[in-house]
Design a protein around this ligand. Structure first.
Ligand code: GAP
Length: 455
C-alpha cells in the first residue's frame, strides 16, 4: 500500500481546484466528480499522452469516436444485458444496499445488526434511458401484482449508457476495415465516457458511476494472440513508466478463470499500490473472437477479414488493453504527492512528470508597481504562453507563499523577473526556480525557451 493517505490527496485536489464532488452546491450526487481548471488539464494531458503513445506514434493503430448511445442490440449481443451484474444485498433493518462481494454479510456495515441480509440478487449495472419523443416511453405494466417496466425486448425506445467504450470499436470494425484497409495485426483505439450504476461508488474517483476509459481492441490472427498479448504487457509497463509510477508500485495479477469477465480467455489485471491498498489500475484481456462473432450472429453481417495476399479470410481474435482515466489520474497523484522540508518548514509538492503538469511555468514579477519590470515580465509571459500554453501569471502575495502554492499544483518552473533583469551585468536575465530541488538558476531570457523545453 502507498504511504500517501487518501485524505491528503482528496484535500489537495479540492483545495487547489483539481477535483470537486459532483453537483456539490446541491449536496452532491454519489459516484460523480467534477474536474476544476487544473484537474481538467491534468486529465487531458494523461489522455493526450496515451493517444500520442498508442495511436500517433504507431503505424498499426487507428482511432474512432463512437456515439455513447447505441442500439440496445449491441448490449444484448455482447452479453451485458444478461451478465453485466454485481451481487446486491439489502439490509432488512436499515434498508441500505451493498455489493455482497465487498462486505462481510453476517453483519450490516451501516446499522451493525446481524443476520439482516438475505440471498444476494444480481443487479445489472447499466444505466437505462429512453430515446425519442416522451410518448414512446412505455407505461408501467402490472406483472404478478408488482409494477415493472416491460422487458427490453419489447421496448424499442430503450437505450443504455455504454458501460465500456469497447463496443463502439467492435461495431465499427467493418467500417474501419472497409475504409482504411489496415493489415492484421492492427488496433482500433477509443477514448470516452463510460457509465456504471455501481452499487457502492467509493474511494474518491476510484469507483465512480461516470468515468472515462481509453481502450484498444487489437485485432490478430487466432494463431498470433499470445505474442500480441505479451507485446501489450510490455507496452503497458512503458505506459506506467511514462505516468511516473514507480516500478515497484505496479503489479501483474493473473486473473483465475472463475473471476474473469464472461468474454475473456486470459486476463491480467495491472494493480497499483493506491492509498486504499493494491487495486486494479487497468486490465489486459484476450477477448478471442467473442465480440465479432456475436455481432455476426445478431446482425447477420459477416465480420470476416480478407487478407490482401488472397489467403483464407478469417474473423480476427482480439487483445484488449483497457485503461481507466480516473484510476490513472489517481495513481499519478499518489506517485507525485511528496512531502519534504525546506528551510525547516514542511513542504507539499506534486512531483509530476513535466509533460503531465497542468501548468508548465509560472511567471512572477517581483514588484507589481514598477512599470518597466511588469512590462518586461509581461513580454516574457506572452512568449512562454505561445510556446507552452499553460503558463500562470502571479503578481500578488508573498513570493515564498507563491512558491508553496506552485509546488502544490506541480508547476515545474517559476520564472522570476526582478530588478537585476533590468540593468547591470545581469540585464536580460531571470531566475528560474526548479520545483523538485527548489534550486534557482540565473538564465538569459534569450535561452529561456530552450532551458525550459529541455526539462
Ligand atoms: N472493456 C473492458 C472493460 O471495461 P473493466 O475491467 O470492466 O474492463 C476497465 O474496466 C478499466 O476501466 C478498469 O481497469 C478501470 O481502470 C476502469 N473502471 C472500471 N470501472 C470503473 C469505475 N466504476 N470507476 C472508475 N474506473 C473504472
Amino acid at each position: 500500500m502507498s504511504e500517501v493517505k487518501l485524505e491528503d490527496i482528496v484535500s489537495l485536489a479540492k483545495r487547489r481546484g483539481f477535483i470537486f464532488p459532483g453537483s456539490d452546491v446541491y449536496g452532491g450526487l454519489s459516484g460523480t466528480w467534477d474536474y476544476g481548471p487544473l484537474g481538467v488539464q491534468l486529465k487531458r494531458n494523461i489522455m493526450q499522452l496515451w493517444w500520442k503513445m498508442f495511436v500517433d506514434n504507431r503505424d498499426d493503430m487507428l482511432g474512432v469516436e463512437a456515439a455513447i448511445l447505441m442500439n440496445q442490440k449491441v448490449w444484448q449481443a455482447s452479453g451485458h444485458v444478461e451478465t453485466f451484474t454485481d451481487p446486491l444485498v439489502e439490509c432488512a433493518n436499515c434498508h441500505n444496499r451493498f455489493r455482497a462481494d465487498k462486505i462481510d454479510t453476517s453483519k450490516c456495515p451501516s446499522c451493525g445488526k446481524e443476520g439482516t441480509f438475505g440471498e444476494p440478487r444480481q443487479f445489472n449495472m447499466m444505466f437505462k434511458t429512453h430515446i425519442g419523443p416522451i410518448d414512446d416511453v412505455p407505461q408501467l405494466t402490472k406483472v404478478g401484482g408488482s409494477a415493472e417496466i416491460i422487458t427490453p425486448k419489447d421496448d424499442p425506445s430503450l437505450v443504455y449508457l455504454r458501460p465500456e467504450t469497447a463496443q463502439g470499436i467492435f461495431t465499427n470494425f467493418k467500417n474501419v476495415v472497409d475504409t482504411s484497409y489496415p493489415d492484421v495485426p492492427f488496433g482500433i483505439a477509443q477514448q470516452g465516457k463510460a457509465f456504471r450504476n455501481e452499487i457502492s461508488p467509493r474511494d474518491f474517483v476510484f469507483r465512480s458511476r461516470e468515468f472515462e476509459q481509453m481502450e484498444i481492441e487489437y485485432f490478430v490472427h487466432q494463431d498470433k494472440w499470445e505474442e500480441a498479448f505479451e507485446m501489450w504487457v510490455k507496452l503497458i509497463h512503458e505506459w506506467c513508466e511514462a505516468l511516473g509510477l514507480p516500478k515497484g508500485s505496479v503489479h501483474e495479477l493473473e486473473v483465475p478463470e472463475s473471476d474473469r469477465a464472461h468474454y475473456s480467455k486470459r486476463t491480467i489485471d495491472f494493480e497499483f499500490d493506491f492509498p486504499i491498498g493494491r487495486e486494479e489500475l487497468l486490465g489486459l484481456a484476450y477477448r478471442t473472437d467473442f465480440d465479432l462473432k456475436n455481432i455476426e450472429r445478431v446482425s447477420g453481417k459477416s465480420m470476416e477479414y480478407r487478407p490482401k495476399d488472397g489467403s483464407t479470410p478469417f474473423v480476427p481474435h482480439v487483445i484488449e488493453p483497457s485503461f481507466g482515466v480516473e484510476r490513472a489520474l489517481m495513481a499519478v497523484l499518489t506517485s507525485a504527492y511528496t512531502e519534504d522540508e525546506v528551510n525547516g518548514e514542511k513542504r507539499i509538492y506534486l512531483k509530476l512528470p513535466y509533460n503531465l503538469a497542468p501548468v508548465k511555468v509560472a511567471v512572477c514579477p517581483l514588484a507589481k508597481n514598477n512599470e518597466q519590470l511588469v512590462a518586461k515580465a509581461r513580454e516574457i509571459y506572452a512568449n512562454l504562453k505561445k510556446e507552452f500554453g499553460s503558463v500562470l501569471w502571479i503578481d500578488s502575495g508573498n513570493i515564498g507563499k507563491n512558491y508553496r502554492k506552485m509546488d502544490e499544483i506541480g508547476v515545474p518552473y517559476i520564472v522570476t523577473v526582478d530588478f537585476d533583469t533590468l540593468e547591470g551585468d545581469t540585464k536580460d536575465t531571470v531566475t528560474v526556480r526548479h520545483r523538485d530541488t527548489t534550486k534557482q538558476d540565473r538564465t538569459q531570457i534569450a535561452n529561456l525557451l530552450t532551458a525550459l523545453n529541455g526539462a
